[in-house]
Design a protein around this ligand. Structure first.
Ligand SMILES: [Zn+2]
Length: 94
């Protein structure tokens, strides 16, 4: 008997590794005609090294920085997967 699985895509599910990021409240900034979620990440929560898209340098673990992803994407979960870690100063200077 065929069965249809209900789509879960519309649920506001957030991947586990983002939970720590979500402890703060992301603000929305408008830049370049797009809206972006900008989430401050504390030094304690920065457990990995990242590459900053602003300067191409490393955002080293233990460094407070910001996580940025598209706020207006129709691919909500995809946008979170595509989030970028910026040096706070690089994002502000952007
Ligand atoms: Zn940078």
């Amino acid at each position: 008997m065929p069965s249809r699985r209900p789509s879960r895509r519309t649920q506001p599910h957030v991947p586990l590794d983002v939970d720590r990021v979500m402890r703060g409240v992301a603000r929305i900034e408008r830049r370049g005609g797009a809206e972006w979620h900008v989430q401050p990440m504390s030094a304690a929560a920065a457990a990995k090294d990242y590459v900053c898209p602003g300067c191409g340098g490393a955002v080293q673990r233990g460094t407070a920085h910001v996580v940025v992803w598209r706020a207006d994407s129709i691919f909500g979960e995809r946008a979170i997967e595509d989030r970028r870690h910026w040096h706070t100063g690089c994002w502000r200077a952007g």
